[in-house]
Design a protein. Structure first.
Length: 304
């Protein structure tokens, strides 16, 4: 395998239930490409030379036919199918009634055989901005700690309904101390509210940073994920609906192993699509952002 200094891992295996389809491969009207391709372009400019894309098998054929030909030949691309059956043998009985993928923690674990160096981890349907990739590339030039780019939660809301966010707590050294998953976050009378893990509705600070799944990790995370996934399967014996979330596992590593995770505040806007109704608005924003950097036909295939 080719040696790489920096890898991009794209989590594209979710089913997009609220979106109502495979939003990972939904093209942006006017740009002729997906959000994932814009992120890959930004990552390449920041120094990434390998992309490991975690997918569900339902989108493989379309991805290979439409998206991969538009990526630069110099980029090593690895497609990895996230299968429900990919569990330790002693837990195989839990897979028979499982419909949804196991979650983002399991998706990242699927990349283990292909990642031998620091990696930036993103989701396929979120646009993070070019500066976030530059921040992470600079981080790994100076140290081997994990890292994340956090986005002000107040700037990541949806007009279509409540959103779920990992709310970050940070110490004086700008290191992550906690990620708390809040559900159904929305503005109510100009105040930010969300449901805490106990289901209680409470106020969220206007200055709070959210984890939008933009992580910087090193290969030692895979050992943590393997241990955590086995524990997850052991204690969730129905195995049908609960998900193995990546932020939970990063938080566990922070608390149990004194793993340092540097937190950088985003310098770019975040754009994401949770609901199909948001696609047109997000598409317009991304078109405006990239209009000056694409060719006359505004095709991503010519933008690398």
């Amino acid at each position: 395998m080719t040696q790489h200094s920096l890898t991009l891992i794209v989590l594209a295996g979710g089913l997009g239930s609220r979106f109502g389809g495979n939003k990972q491969i939904a093209e942006i009207p006017g740009l002729g490409c997906t959000i994932m391709e814009l992120s890959i372009r930004d990552a390449i400019k920041a120094g990434v030379s390998q992309a490991v894309i975690i997918i569900n098998k339902k989108i493989r054929a379309e991805l290979e036919a439409t998206i991969l030909p538009r990526l630069p030949k110099s980029l090593e691309v690895v497609l990895v199918e996230q299968e429900i059956s990919m569990v330790p043998e002693q837990y195989s009985h839990l897979t028979k009634d499982r419909i949804k993928p196991w979650g983002t923690g399991h998706a990242l674990l699927c990349a283990k055989p292909y990642v031998k160096n620091p990696a930036i981890v993103i989701t396929a349907d979120d646009y993070y901005g070019a500066s976030s990739f530059e921040i992470m590339a600079k981080h790994f030039k100076n140290n081997n700690d994990w890292a994340m780019v956090g986005y002000p939660i107040k700037n990541t809301l949806s007009e279509q309904g409540g959103v779920n966010r990992g709310v970050c707590e940070v110490n004086e050294q700008q290191q992550l101390t906690n990620v708390i998953e809040y559900l159904n976050i929305k503005l109510e009378d100009k105040t930010l509210y969300g449901d805490n893990p106990q289901g209680k509705r409470e106020v969220i600070s206007n200055e709070a940073l959210g984890s939008m799944s933009f992580w910087g990790v090193t290969p030692n995370i895979f050992n943590e994920l393997e241990i955590g996934f086995a524990q997850f399967l052991e204690h969730n014996d129905n195995g049908v609906t609960k998900e193995y979330y990546l932020p939970d596992q990063i938080q566990t590593a922070v608390k149990n192993n004194q793993q340092s995770v540097m937190v950088y505040q985003a310098q770019s806007a975040w754009y994401g699509v949770t609901y199909r109704e948001e696609l047109e608005k997000v598409s317009k924003k991304l078109y405006e952002l990239h209009h000056g950097r694409t060719t006359s036909n505004h095709s991503c295939s010519n933008a690398f």
